[in-house]
Ligand binder design. Structure first.
Ligand code: ADP
Length: 361
């Protein structure tokens, strides 16, 4: 680390040295020009004064005028250089803002209702990589279906969700919503159909209520916090759901535990009231029993909505209509808990047995 620090400091010093040396040349030229101008002006005016061609009063006036002219010219040069410098920064910003969107955005309206979702021969590689993270994924999720997605780390579960949420477009195949390619839909309306809670959700240093419903004063925040099991947590706070999260802006703010933060994030997803709910392992910081409770409760809360659950703990699978087991970017097994559990030496059966054994022991 120290070597790397020394290396970088040396590089950075080299840059400053180069900047200093380049700047010095221009500074010297500019200073000499200014000096020359002043010497010429002073000598000329002094000469005329000695020759009594102008009065002492005029002399002082001219000297003062020369000095302010010098200042004005210097100021103007500085302003122009500063302008050029800032234009360069602005240019980068303009380029960035005008960067064409990589995602194709259609115009077809999307109605806020239960949807049928279908992945048809979907393949995907991340930009600038060759490896297929998803390969020929085929699955149909009927309206209101609850699907559990399981698989080892790196199997492609999150990527599957990212494609559904249009964070990327598939490199092959199609994703269909009610029979239409999702690229044809109006992007904003399409996004309104999903309430995802990702592993790396973020809470803001605002109040609990604002974190859930932002500025919607009519939202029943208490009902939402009760639903996700935050009743006791909120009850202990003097200001209830108006208590700030974190202490960045409010000394009386509360620091929720990892599990409590996840529950707030889930309450936010519930508030959105979108037809498709996605939980991508947001419950990793919860203990197994709390996770089991949340999933059980959540499953009844989302009711008729479609739901996708990604979890390492297979207890959540039992509430779902179907389970898709991802392995090396493909759906290796698909079915109900009972069906998959009975596959001899199946991936799901082995994962389930390994976890069940752990709890039993
Ligand atoms: P899972 O959710 O099943 O753990 P992911 O979908 O997150 O798996 O990742 C699948 C594979 O894609 C992994 O091998 C991972 O390294 C790779 N991957 C994930 N995100 C990126 C990315 N932004 N760029 C390149 N490769 C990625």
């Amino acid at each position: 680390m120290i070597d790397s620090w020394k290396d970088n400091t040396a590089k950075s010093n080299e840059h400053w040295k180069w900047q200093g040396e380049t700047g010095l040349k221009y500074d010297l030229v500019s200073s000499f020009l200014s000096l020359g101008r002043s010497i010429f002006a002073y000598t000329y005016v002094a000469f005329r004064t000695i020759r009594k061609m102008i009065s002492i009063g005029t002399f002082t006036q001219l000297i003062a005028a020369e000095s302010s002219l010098n200042g004005a010219i210097g100021g103007m040069v500085n302003s122009v250089t500063e302008l050029v410098k800032r234009c360069n920064y602005a240019y980068e910003y303009v380029l960035f803002m005008e960067y064409p969107a990589a995602l194709k955005k259609g115009s077809k309206p999307v109605e806020k209702k239960s949807h049928e979702i279908e992945f048809r021969h979907v393949s995907f590689s991340y930009p600038k990589t060759d490896r297929k993270v998803l390969e020929d994924v085929n699955i149909r999720i009927t309206p209101g279906e609850h699907l559990s997605i399981v698989g080892l780390n790196g199997a492609g579960k999150t990527t599957f969700i990212k494609l559904l949420c249009r964070l990327y477009d598939p490199t092959g195949g199609q994703i269909l919503l009610d029979g239409t390619d999702i690229r044809e839909y109006d992007y904003t309306q399409y996004m309104e159909q999903f309430a995802p809670v990702f592993q790396d959700f973020k809470l803001f240093a605002f109040s609990i209520a604002e974190n859930i419903a932002f500025d919607d004063k009519d939202a029943d925040i208490t009902a939402l916090t009760d639903r996700v099991g935050l009743h006791e947590f909120v009850e202990k706070l003097d200001k209830g759901t108006d208590t700030s999260i974190f202490k960045f802006f409010d000394e009386e703010g509360v620091e929720p535990s990892g599990g409590e933060q996840q529950k707030i994030a889930i309450a936010r997803a519930l508030y959105k009231d979108a037809p498709v709910v996605i939980l991508d392992e947001p419950t990793a910081a919860l203990d197994p029993i709390a996770e089991y409770e949340i999933y059980k409760q959540f499953n009844s809360l989302v009711g008729g909505k479609s739901a996708f659950y990604i979890s390492h703990r297979l207890s959540s699978c039992q509430f779902c209509d179907h389970i898709a087991v991802f392995s090396d970017g493909r759906i290796a097994e698909y079915g109900t808990h009972a069906e998959l559990e009975s596959i001899p030496d199946g991936i799901y059966a082995r994962m389930f047995e390994a976890q069940a054994k752990y709890y039993r022991d």
